[in-house]
Design a protein around this ligand. Structure first.
Ligand code: SF4
Length: 327
């Protein structure tokens, strides 16, 4: 059996945003959006990234693909430093390898371009094919995402939300990427359409060997598509584990609370489901709590939690937790 190969890795990835400066340019207020995040994604697999709004998951994703420069740490794709490469002559090559599917298919497609032109544009930018080849490729991509070649001459407003997201996926595939950041790609879609888009992403992954980071706040959908899941809270990873394992045996009090909120399909089990309510809002990343950042909402917090930052520790193979009560 072949060994799993790491495609993407973040090492101590940190992203701060200075929101206020003094007259002399000294930072007066800093949002600590991402703090020391270490993630690995194996080739051909999906890592789910979950957490409440404001937990830093989208900032991690956008820093990985180079939309933001990191404040610290690094991102490696096949061992190559992404941000160093983006600053040099091979920037276009690494940009081609890393693509993104956006949350909102309504605003991410140019309304004045036909769907054919939208899908063709990245191929033109990267000089990947002749005009005739691009036309064939656009038709092929439309078929791969479950649309018809005739759709190439239509405009985005002529499509439903689910169809527009399929166009967004075709555009991402147009340059033969190795890695795709799926930034809440189903959040803006009807529930009935969400599963179709997730199934399409899974089919394409199996066919093309793609590697995904799938960002979402819907934990049930993340379980379906991801082999591993990382739970983020206030810019840090609270727990990371193989997907099924995390759902069967969550160890961090925050993960336990998030999972307790998922409805169970079986009415008998649903009746006995005990929901752990998270009180209060996520604290401001401008001024995070001392020690464990989750302590202000944790029902198990004790003295040590205010004094010492819990380190992410491996408690069983592949399962890491940042909590003083575990490990
Ligand atoms: Fe709760 Fe303390 Fe564990 Fe943080 S370290 S999750 S506050 S018990």
């Amino acid at each position: 059996m072949s060994q799993p190969q790491t495609l993407l890795e973040t090492k101590n990835l940190t992203k701060h945003f200075v929101t206020k400066r003094s007259f002399l340019g000294e930072p007066l207020a800093t949002v600590r959006a991402v703090e020391g995040v270490n993630l690995t994604v194996e080739k051909g697999k999906t890592l789910g990234l979950v957490g409440e709004t404001g937990c830093g998951k989208t900032t991690v994703g956008r820093t990985i693909v180079g939309l933001y420069n990191p404040t610290g740490g690094e991102v490696l794709l096949n061992g190559e430093n992404v941000h160093a490469t983006l600053a040099g002559p091979s920037a276009m090559t690494i940009r081609r390898k890393m693509q993104m599917i956006f949350q909102d298919p309504y605003s991410s497609l140019n309304p004045r371009m036909t769907v054919g032109d939208i899908i063709r544009e990245p191929m033109e930018i990267h000089h990947l094919a002749s005009q005739a080849e691009m036309k064939e490729r656009v038709w092929d991509l439309l078929k791969q995402v479950g649309l018809n070649p005739e759709h190439a001459s239509r405009f985005p407003h002529e499509f439903s939300g689910g169809q527009r997201q399929r166009v967004g996926i075709a555009r991402a595939l147009a340059v033969n990427p190795e890695f795709i950041l799926c930034d809440e790609p189903i959040s803006a879609l009807d529930v009935s359409i969400q599963a179709q888009v997730v199934n399409l992403l899974e089919e394409l992954q199996a066919k093309l060997g793609l590697t995904y980071i799938f960002i979402a706040h819907d934990l049930s959908m993340v379980k379906h598509i991801s082999q591993r899941v990382a739970v983020m809270y206030l810019g840090s990873v609270a727990e990371i584990a193989p997907s099924l394992h995390l759902y069967d045996n969550p160890l961090h009090p925050y993960t336990q609370a998030l999972l307790s909120a998922i409805p169970i399909a079986d009415p008998k089990l649903e009746k006995s489901r005990k929901r752990i309510l998270l009180e209060g809002d996520i604290p401001s990343p401008l001024n995070p709590p001392s020690g464990c950042k989750f302590r202000t909402r944790c029902r198990k917090a004790f003295d040590r939690c205010a004094e010492e930052i819990p380190v992410l520790k491996e408690v069983e193979p592949g399962h890491q937790v940042a909590c003083h009560l575990v490990g």
